[in-house]
Ligand binder design. Sequence first.
Ligand SMILES: NC(=O)C1=CN([C@@H]2O[C@H](COP(=O)(O)OP(=O)(O)OC[C@H]3O[C@@H](n4cnc5c(N)ncnc54)[C@H](O)[C@@H]3O)[C@@H](O)[C@H]2O)C=CC1
Ligand SMILES: O=C(CO)[C@@H](O)[C@H](O)[C@H](O)CO
Length: 258
Amino acid sequence: MKLTDKVAIVTGAAQGIGLACAERLVREGARVMLTDVRPDGAAAASALGDAARFVQADVSMKADVDALVAATLAAFGRIDILVNNAGVTHAADFLDLDEDDFDRVLRINLKSMFLCSQAVAREMVKRQDTQRGGCIINMSSVNAELAIPNQVPYVVSKGGVNQLTRVASISLAQYGIRVNAIGPGTILTELAKQAVLAGPEARHKILSRTPLGRCGEPEEIAGIAAFLASDDASYITGQTLYADGGRMALNYTVPVKD
Ligand SMILES: NC(=O)C1=CN([C@@H]2O[C@H](COP(=O)(O)OP(=O)(O)OC[C@H]3O[C@@H](n4cnc5c(N)ncnc54)[C@H](O)[C@@H]3O)[C@@H](O)[C@H]2O)C=CC1
Ligand SMILES: O=C(CO)[C@@H](O)[C@H](O)[C@H](O)CO
C-alpha cells in the first residue's frame, strides 16, 4: 500500500472520478474525508468503512471549506493529501451565455480549488513533525488546452486550474508541498454524459478523436491520483498529467469501431 497512515480530503466525492479517487486512496491505506455538496456522499463514505468519513460542503464557499478542514482535523488529526476534484459544466453558445452561469462555473471549478488549497496548505505548513509537507492534486481536463464552443466557462476554468497548479507549486515548494494536476480526456461519468456524450453522434465525435478508441473509466484517473500522492512522485510538482487516450497527441481523426 502506497499511502499507509496518510490523511486525504477528496472533494466532489459523492460520485464519478471523486468517488473512485476516495475508494482508491482508502485501498492504498489512507484515511479519507469525502466531501460533496450533495448529501448522498454520506452513503458512499459509509460503504468505505472506518477509514472514510463524509462532510457535506459547497467547496466554493469559504465558510464551508473552513468547516471541512476543521472536521478533517477533528476526525483524523492531520491532512497530507488534498484532491481538488469537484467540478461542473454548463452548455451555452458564446453569444447566449449568462453572466451568472459564467461566474458559477468559475467559482465552483476554479475558486474552490484556491480556497481548499489555501486552507489545507495553511495546516500543512503549521505541522512541526517529521512528516511535514503534503500533496495537492487538482482535477483539470484536456479542455485546459482544447476548446469546445459551447463549454465557455468550463474550458476557461480548466485553463485557470493549470495555472493555479503552477503558481501554487512554486509558492508551496519551500514547505515540501507538491502541487500537480490531472487532465482527463472523456471519462464515463454523469458530467461527461451531460457535456459531451449525449447520444451516439456525440459519442462518435469523441471516439473519432481518441486514438485508444474508448472513453476512460474513473478508476483510471484514481490510479494517477494515488501515484501523484505517493512517494513515487516525490520529485514531481507543477505538472499537469494528461490521461486522455491519446487525444492531445492527435492531429487528424481516427476510425471508430462500433
Ligand atoms: N468526466 C470527464 O470526462 C471529465 C471530468 N473532468 C473533471 O473531473 C472532475 C470530476 O468530474 P466527474 O466525476 O466527471 O463529474 P460528476 O458530475 O460525476 O461528479 C462531480 C461531483 O462534484 C460535486 N460538486 C459539484 N459542485 C460542488 C460544490 N460546489 N461543492 C462540492 N461538490 C460539488 C457533484 O455533486 C458531484 O458529486 C471535475 O472537475 C471535472 O471537470 C475532467 C475531464 C474529463
Ligand atoms: O472535460 C471533460 C468533461 O466535461 C471532457 O469530457 C471533455 O469535455 C471531452 O473530453 C471533450 O473534449
